[in-house]
Design a protein around this ligand. Structure first.
Ligand code: BTN
Length: 260
């Protein structure tokens, strides 16, 4: 990196090299640059805050201090690569659920939602995946994960307040951002390894299906009523039932109508 912010660099033999910054425009952009330079699997970039955090669908990802902002370099599986983002989400959902006993679900394609029974589900974490060519890994996938760890409500823009949750609302004392980082990096590495293993895609699909939020409910895609959520397909696509047919959704902004 040229004359940008200086990272603290250290590593953990099992998780991979780590760059830590007080502030970065986006950990994702820095990790993509490292992947293009041949960084090994497990390399991760973490920042206390981001100035231009990126979300899916060209959205901004608000990144104040108190959240985890982490991007991990992975070897892209040669088969079923479309399952990777979902599988990272599923593994992370399980990691957070098991550690903190949270009522957690996976919203297609890769948001993690949390909510007690009878209350609306809210977004706890979002995942963004970029693919790049890497001289050491062939194709690399850079998986960027944001987790709301302890966000003051005032740091969340008004329009998002009812849709966003943070771990400190459910866990006392609030977990450290470092502990959540370890759960995220383990989840990402496990997901990539699982999809490369014999029979791994099947197991990954099964886990994603178990955690999938909204099955049986009406959904909109990019603002239009699109059908009733039916199931997750072989390559991670979402199947909807319409009055006359079944349709597969591969991308887009899917919203589930909450049960009343
Ligand atoms: C989404 O839900 O739209 C995905 C959000 C992904 C945010 C993370 S935070 C770490 C990494 N750096 C970014 O700029 N974006 C991802």
């Amino acid at each position: 990196m040229g004359r940008g912010p200086r990272p603290v660099v250290r590593g953990n033999a099992r998780l991979g090299p780590r760059e830590f910054y007080d502030a970065l425009p986006s950990t994702q952009d820095r990790a993509i640059a490292l992947a293009r330079d041949g960084a090994p699997e497990g390399t991760r970039v973490v920042a206390r805050r981001q100035e231009k955090g990126r979300g899916r669908l060209e959205r901004a990802w608000e990144s104040p201090v108190g959240g985890l902002y982490c991007s991990v370099v992975l070897r892209r599986p040669s088969a079923h690569a479309g399952l990777l983002p979902l599988t990272v989400g599923a593994r992370l959902a399980v990691g957070l659920r098991d550690r903190f006993a949270l009522p957690i679900s996976l919203k297609w394609p890769n948001d993690i939602l949390v909510g007690a029974v009878g209350t609306p589900m809210r977004k706890l974490s979002g995942i963004l995946t970029d693919e790049v060519a890497s001289p050491s890994l062939g194709r690399a996938a850079v998986v960027g994960v944001g987790v709301n760890v302890s966000l003051g409500r005032e740091s969340v823009p008004g329009a998002l307040r009812d849709r966003v949750a943070a771990l400190d609302e459910f866990v006392s004392p609030a977990p450290s951002v470092e502990e959540v980082e370890t759960i995220v990096v383990r989840a990402a590495l496990e997901a990539a390894r699982e999809l490369r293993a014999q029979g791994g895609a099947e197991a990954a699909r099964e886990l994603c299906r178990t955690l999938l939020y909204g099955v049986g409910r009406p959904v909109t895609v990019d603002g239009h009523a699109a059908g009733t959520m039916e199931s997750l397909g072989e390559e991670g696509e979402l199947w909807l039932a319409t009055p006359t047919d079944r349709v597969a959704i591969w991308a887009g902004d899917v919203r589930v109508e909450e049960a009343r």
